[in-house]
Design a protein around this ligand. Structure first.
Ligand SMILES: [Zn+2]
Length: 272
């Protein structure tokens, strides 16, 4: 029996984050008929790799408004590749990522608007400050949205689950405090090319058809998460809340041929 469509909200501290960590899962939920919204609280200027490199070389202050617009358009374009048309960009400055009440209020407004069953975001103690702060603000926004907010038109709402990204962040010793062992894996083999196309839209952030970065990340992160589940590619998540059942659940290994697990679907893939 078909289940009721879910509302999924993915949140990344920078424009590329939700795509890289959960793009395949987003595409799978779109294909399953679910509502998927992606939210970025910032404009992501601190991650405009291309402009930063150029500025270091020529010391000419670029047109930052144009750069912000470019970053935000890239996220819209990347989401479109996944079939996600609901993109919310709050456009806050990300040069000093701190928890701000205004941003929390705005995230709570998005929660109130899309009423997510599931929120997907960074690991709580991700050592990239902009990631950890995004998650902290997300949890605070959930708290706000779950209660009475005077002047708001939506009813109190609490998502049923939060899934944190279970993937490596910045390589440093703080990361040893973070669990990277996923509680849930999503087989993204059928959507890996969509994810790859989406990542290639993030040209100013080091990706693009001329760069092998998406292929490298696909094979080493999604590939290693998939291989133990005997599928070519998977995304990994850590559930925030224990799930309640009346009997213990088990997922029987899928029907994908285990021999497929070493398929390198990105190897000879020609980006569009
Ligand atoms: Zn990031």
């Amino acid at each position: 029996m078909a289940r009721k469509p879910l509302s999924i909200l993915t949140i990344g501290g920078h424009p590329k984050d939700a795509i890289i960590a959960s793009g395949g899962t987003m595409a799978n939920h779109v294909a399953a008929g679910d509502r998927v919204t992606t939210l970025c609280p910032t404009h992501g200027l601190s991650h405009h790799t291309e402009a930063i490199t150029k500025y270091k070389a020529d010391r000419k202050m670029p047109d930052v408004e144009a750069l912000k617009a470019e970053l935000m358009q890239e996220l819209v374009d990347a989401a479109t590749e996944l079939g996600v048309t609901d993109v919310r960009i709050l456009g806050h400055d990300d040069s000093v990522p701190i928890v701000e009440r205004q941003i929390i209020e705005e995230i709570a407004d998005v929660i109130g608007d899309v009423l997510p069953d599931i929120i997907i975001t960074h690991a709580l103690y991700d050592s990239v400050p902009g990631h950890a702060v995004a998650t902290e603000m997300t949890l605070l926004a959930m708290e706000a949205a779950s209660g009475f907010r005077p002047g708001k038109s939506y009813p109190p709402h609490k998502p049923s689950q939060v899934f944190f990204h279970a993937q490596a962040g910045r390589t440093n010793v703080l990361e040893t405090n973070i669990s990277r062992v996923p509680t849930h894996l999503v087989d993204i083999t059928d959507s890996i090319h969509k994810k790859s196309e989406a990542m290639n839209r993030l040209k100013t952030q080091g990706y693009g058809a001329d760069s092998p970065t998406q292929r490298k990340l696909g094979e080493v992160i999604d590939g290693i998460l998939g291989i133990h589940a005997r599928v070519p590619y998977a995304e990994g998540f850590i559930a925030h809340n224990p799930s309640l059942y009346t009997t213990l659940p088990v997922v029987i290994q899928g029907d994908r041929d285990p021999a497929q697990m070493t398929n390198m679907l990105l190897d000879n893939y020609k980006p569009q």
